[in-house]
Design a protein around this ligand. Structure first.
Ligand code: DER
Length: 221
């Protein structure tokens, strides 16, 4: 079993009958969706929403009942990955380009459990470039503003084309270096016209389940 699968399957133990669940995005959340699907086929009764078109497709393939947002007022639990997390459960997310939908779903969840292998657990955020979702309109000016903030932004590409999120926006991967004050940077980025949101998740995660190379799991709360 790999460390992502180890963490994911441990986190899925928190899923109980009758819950409404947010399904994360990425290669770690993949294992959680697989395990939830297995439990649904064994009789688990839940309803779910997905944080990306990719996770929606996987959930459908796994037979997980997806429910429209107008049928829910919020979620009991979301399980999602992260690119980096620190001891205060501040996160960098967006490596998979799903940060906007993930943050909306996380915000409306009573609990957000982050699943990760131990390589994601850091003292300070910032080694991983911070994904920032920007609108295509006047992207050059928005990128210039990020540059002025010290971001050294790179517009994300995929197969030699500009990467487009599920929401029709672009991602600027920003290399700020060590982020000493994630809350302050999050606020400053949101104030910039053209920025939709960013991969800093502050005060949203309630627990992290971390797969360790010795085969154990650490739960951070
Ligand atoms: O895009 C995202 O936010 C993903 O959850 C990412 O942060 C984690 O992806 P991984 O599980 O494939 O490392």
């Amino acid at each position: 079993m790999n460390l992502k699968q180890l963490a994911a399957e441990k986190a899925v133990e928190y899923v109980k009958d009758g819950m409404s669940i947010g399904l994360g995005t990425g290669s770690t959340a993949y294992w959680a969706i697989r395990k939830i699907g297995e439990r649904v086929r064994e009789g688990l009764t839940i309803q779910a929403v997905a944080t990306s078109k990719a996770s929606e497709k996987l959930a459908q393939e796994q037979g997980i009942p997806l429910i429209p947002f107008d049928r829910l007022e919020g979620l009991d639990l979301t399980i999602d990955g992260a690119d980096e997390l620190d001891r205060e459960l501040h996160l960098i997310k967006g490596g998979g380009g799903a940060l906007l939908r993930e943050k909306i779903v996380a915000f409306h969840s009573k609990e957000l459990i982050i699943i990760a292998d131990e390589s994601k657990f850091v003292d300070k955020l910032g080694t991983f470039p911070l994904p920032v979702e920007i609108v295509p309109f006047a992207k050059e000016w928005t990128m210039a503003s990020l540059e002025e903030m010290g971001a050294r932004p790179m517009l994300r590409t995929e197969d030699e084309h500009i990467f487009v999120t599920d929401n029709g926006n672009y991602i600027a991967d920003c290399r700020f270096g060590v982020i000493e004050n994630p809350k302050e940077l999050h606020r400053a980025l949101l104030a910039l016209p053209g920025v939709v949101d960013n991969g800093l998740f502050i005060g949203l995660a309630t627990r992290a389940v971390i797969g360790r190379s010795d085969g154990t799991v650490t739960v951070v709360e």
